[in-house]
Ligand binder design. Structure first.
Ligand code: FES
Length: 97
């Protein structure tokens, strides 16, 4: 079952390489866990290097015009609900790997 959602994944990350899940099947969103191979999605992760520690907004809807990063396109998709402050996908519960 796809884990695509109409919200970004915002996280505080340290510098390093990250593999963003392009297929939407990973159990470790927004990062690749190899599900694209197991489920034969025909997709590959997008690997990016984060140079500086800081906040990153990863695309969760797979519709961004600048994947793997969020560009706000999710706000125009069906099912989008403006999260309340301190709740939802913007909460401190989401941390980097
Ligand atoms: S699990 Fe989705 S791209 Fe690897």
């Amino acid at each position: 079952m796809s884990k695509v959602r109409p919200q970004p994944y915002k996280m505080e990350l340290e510098p390093g390489e990250y593999a963003w899940c392009a297929c939407g099947e990973s159990e470790n969103q927004p990062f690749c866990d190899g599900s694209h191979d197991r489920k034969r999605t025909g997709k590959q992760p997008i690997v990016v290097r984060i140079e500086q520690a800081g906040r990153v907004a990863w695309c969760g809807c797979r519709c961004s015009g600048r994947v793997p990063f969020c560009d706000g396109t999710h706000r125009s998709l069906p099912g989008y609900v403006q999260p309340k402050r301190g709740q939802g996908p913007f909460s401190a519960a989401e941390k980097g790997p």
